[in-house]
Design a protein. Structure first.
Length: 506
């Protein structure tokens, strides 16, 4: 469709040589026809943020220290330009402004996270910070008064430092502490919240935090710490789900899910080795958590590969911990929906030479790259590959059955200074279109969440990459939010319930 329009227009306007060039350029970026069907009634469109990235007020009103507070203060140079999120978007003081722009956009839901140490400063339930509770009560009340559903993440990377001091997620003690925290959240906010996610991107927490050390607490323990972290985190999630299922679901009528990071892994060739490598990567990234919770254990390929490599490396037992029979029964099926954060796609080759290092990354035994023709963003790891989200959604259906899927993040970065974000308009349009295609394919996806409402603290990249629909002037005392051009596009989607200008009823 797109291709033909270009041929006709350009043929009448340009000389032959320019014509050929145009077709080449446009056809590279304009491969797919957009889906103009409306989304079904009840499909949720919203935006997301997380506590540490936007709230600021890191030590105000009784908040306790988190591992991120300590991580950025201890060695400032770990963050680009030595930045911190001490103030960030100052949403602790400006939550009404945030809700006002959400309302203006017309979102169905807003996904935010609760900072554990703002409500329980020591991490334990022995001490409750009333000011923190009031903050989230106010935020939730303000959202509901404006007809916006709160979607609440319990944990978006910010572990109480008291618990981090004794190993954080590598110490099994955290399982019960997390369950107590969750129970406190259900008791305190559960009547007003129907969508819960226990964890955001556990791979980032575990592999980033305790494997390669690029996220707080910055521990380097590849192949050991990262697997131990995941083990405890999965148990914590499952126990929270059971707690809700048994004691809260009947009166609070909500759902408890978990959100995983997910690349689409596209095989580099038709060879069996590359096909297997791509599937192995999907299992190592998404299946690490999803297979455990849906089917009751780590993916078979992970268990096999890590056991073999551990043995070859001289370990007595696999570096991948084993669940007990009892634990296997507790984790199987302990999830109401699967959250998906999709940003980009990688091409995957089998890795021939087995590396000596025994980390998660090396255990996966893949080589990855992104194609030159895929449009770049301001994040080195993120190129624009809209068809990847459709393939991923279809893979989730094939792999995990009809369990409901919630797209809890999808987005692209700019340089954090611009308001002219054509890249984001195109990105959202093409991804939303592909999500609509996935619905046509029969995938059980019930919501789409744009990351992010506004530019914010992008972890070790500080304020140099902006994922927001809104620009934030971090140099202004007021942290002024102004809409980028993409806001108009997103508003239109929210109004018309489809990706294009010519929506049709399905
Ligand atoms: C997610 N990667 O993290 C997080 O949930 C957000 O807090 C974050 O701001 C957003 O995506 C944008 O980065 C990711 O390197 C961080 O592949 C890094 C990667 C993926 C997701």
């Amino acid at each position: 469709m797109c291709f033909f329009k270009i041929i006709v227009n350009t043929a009448t306007m340009f000389r032959q040589s320019i014509w050929v060039l145009c077709v080449l350029v446009i056809s590279a970026t304009c491969k797919q026809e957009l889906n103009n069907k409306r989304f079904p009634q009840g499909f949720l469109f919203g935006t997301a943020t997380s506590a540490y990235q936007i709230e600021g007020a890191w030590n105000e009103d009784g908040k306790g220290e988190s591992n991120w507070d300590v991580f950025v203060h201890r060695v400032p140079s770990v963050i680009k330009n030595n930045e911190t999120a001490d103030v960030a978007c100052d949403s602790y003081h400006k939550y009404k402004d945030d809700v006002a722009i959400l309302k203006d956009m017309g979102v169905d839901h807003y996904r935010f996270s609760i900072a554990w140490t703002r409500v329980l400063p020591t991490g334990f339930v022995n001490e409750v910070n009333q000011a923190g509770v009031t903050y989230y009560k106010n935020l939730i009340r303000e959202l509901k008064a404006n007809n916006i559903l709160p979607v609440v993440t319990m944990f978006h990377y910010d572990t109480p430092q008291t618990l981090e001091n004794i190993g954080g997620f590598t110490n099994e003690l955290i399982v019960d502490r997390f369950v107590e925290y969750a129970q406190f959240l259900f008791e305190t906010f559960g009547d007003e919240v129907q969508y819960w996610a226990t964890f955001n991107e556990p791979k980032q927490t575990c592999q980033g935090g305790y494997g390669i050390g690029t996220k707080a607490p910055g521990v380097l323990s590849p192949g050991i710490g990262e697997y131990l972290c995941a083990h405890n985190l999965i148990k914590a999630h499952a126990e929270v789900w059971h707690l809700y299922d048994k004691h809260y679901r009947h009166k609070q009528n909500g759902v408890v899910g978990i959100t995983m990071d997910s690349f689409w892994a596209e095989p580099n060739s038709d060879s069996q080795e590359d096909q297997d490598a791509a599937e192995r990567m999907r299992q190592f990234i998404y299946g690490w958590y999803a297979n455990a919770l849906v089917n009751g254990d780590y993916p078979e390929v992970m268990r096999k590969v890590i056991a073999e490599r551990s043995a070859a490396q001289g370990f007595k037992k696999s570096r991948l911990p084993q669940f007990t029979e009892k634990q296997l029964q507790r984790i199987k099926g302990a999830v109401d929906y699967l959250g998906v954060n999709y940003y980009t796609t990688y091409m995957v080759k089998n890795q021939g030479d087995v590396p000596v290092v025994s980390g998660w990354q090396e255990d996966m035994q893949v080589e990855t790259y992104q194609k030159d023709e895929w449009q770049r963003s301001s994040s080195a790891w993120l190129r624009v590959v809209p068809w990847g989200i459709r393939k991923l959604l279809n893979w989730l259906k094939t792999t995990y059955g009809d369990i409901p899927i919630f797209i809890t993040e999808n987005g692209v970065s700019d340089n954090a200074t611009t308001h002219d974000d054509q890249i984001r308009i195109d990105y959202y349009q093409q991804h939303i279109s592909n999500v609509r295609d996935a619905l046509d394919d029969g995938v059980n996806v019930f919501g789409y969440t744009a990351w992010s409402l506004m530019n914010n603290f992008e972890w070790i990249k500080g304020y140099t990459e902006g994922f927001g629909l809104y620009h934030v002037d971090f140099s202004s005392a007021n942290k002024t939010r102004t809409p980028k051009r993409s806001v108009e596009y997103f508003k239109k989607v929210l109004r018309t319930r489809c990706a294009t200008d010519d929506c049709v009823d399905a």
